[in-house]
Design a protein around this ligand. Structure first.
Ligand SMILES: Cc1cc2nc3c(=O)[nH]c(=O)nc-3n(C[C@H](O)[C@H](O)[C@H](O)COP(=O)(O)OP(=O)(O)OC[C@H]3O[C@@H](n4cnc5c(N)ncnc54)[C@H](O)[C@@H]3O)c2cc1C
Length: 292
């Protein structure tokens, strides 16, 4: 099954997530086009197999039992970026950093905030990724995608219903294949300087040398998750090899753990923060797959 798409069989998801955690996917495929994605859904449907779509795996905790059925990774084979005037169209597998670099090169401003977010355009649109007062929703004007039945669509920014770290992708069961960004003219040197400044701030504050999925929890209304976790004295707190980063309490990191440990650490942190400061932390990362 899926051989003609070059599927990897029993592929460890720890190889395809920035947390470096997760058991095997039954089948993992890197499609080259929207048409190929439609064909993959049709074949999975014919065999009654579930389908999971991922990008760079930088916002995912895949559980130790892995993922049944087909995993479609929209990444390395769908990375085309095209500029027309002040509009950049990028395929869903393009990395946000590459799109931001292309924009800077062309003297287009608006994506500086995204240059250090280690995810794809598809993942960024799905999560409405954001940082330093910027978010994907500010520049996206349209999104191309398809539904599991193969029907292709173009959705406007309004139809994407962007909110804090969410969009209509999940509720509509949309597969993003391309996004169009409308940017402003600017000076390449200034755009590059802003990107360097933001990336330096990231490197100073975030544990970029240890596997993580970025901020584990969403920002609760009126608070910062990292500040609350720190206030509870949880920096360095660990379950097995899963640990609250000493550098940034909002990052839970993998220092040689299982997904089970990581999940347990998340629960403990949520429990302690709720008990001590009365705030319920909600996961920002998406948890998928089966427990072993
Ligand atoms: C060190 C580090 C720093 C980070 N900093 C930030 C930050 O500053 N701001 C921020 O917002 N995030 C940050 N993140 C989290 C992450 O990079 C973003 O959420 C990113 O947008 C996820 O993109 P991805 O391609 O990795 O998506 P994945 O993690 O692969 O998937 C995330 C979700 O999107 C869905 N998805 C992915 N691609 C598609 C597609 N083509 N069609 C439909 N659904 C799709 C998946 O099903 C899943 O639900 C950080 C992560 C790390 C590791």
């Amino acid at each position: 099954m899926f051989e003609r798409f070059g599927a990897l069989v029993n592929e460890p998801m720890s190889e395809h997530t920035t947390l470096r955690l997760g058991g095997p996917a039954d089948y993992l495929v890197f499609p080259r086009s929207a048409e190929e994605i439609a064909a993959l859904f049709a074949e999975a449907d014919a065999h009654h197999l579930p389908v999971t779509v991922i990008g760079h795996g930088s916002n995912l905790l895949v559980l130790d039992g892995g993922i049944r059925g087909l995993v479609i990774c929209i990444g390395k084979n769908m990375r085309k970026i095209v500029r027309t005037g002040n509009i950049i169209s990028a395929q869903a597998g393009a990395m946000l950093g590459s799109v931001a670099a292309e924009a800077a090169e062309a003297g287009l401003s608006g994506l500086e905030f995204a240059s250090g977010i280690p995810g794809t355009v598809g993942g960024g649109v799905t999560m409405n990724a954001g940082a330093y007062d910027g978010e994907i929703a500010q520049t996206v004007i349209a999104v191309n995608g398809l539904y599991p039945d193969g029907k292709q669509v173009t959705l406007s920014r309004e139809e994407m219903k962007f909110g804090y770290r969410r969009s209509a992708v999940t509720e509509k069961n949309l597969i993003v294949t391309e996004a169009m960004f409308e940017l402003r003219e600017g000076k390449p040197a200034e755009i590059r300087a802003r990107m360097s400044e933001l990336n330096a701030r990231r490197a100073e504050k975030q544990p970029l040398d240890v596997p993580s999925a970025g901020s584990t929890f969403k920002r609760p209304e009126g608070y910062y998750a990292a500040a609350l976790i720190d206030q509870c004295g949880l920096k360095g707190y660990s379950v097995g090899g899963a640990m609250v980063s000493m550098k940034h309490a909002g990052f839970l990191v993998n220092t040689g753990s299982s997904s089970r440990d990581f999940l347990e650490l998340m629960k403990k942190v949520q429990q302690i923060v709720e008990e001590r400061v009365g705030v319920k932390l909600e996961p920002e990362i998406r948890i998928i797959g089966e427990e072993s």
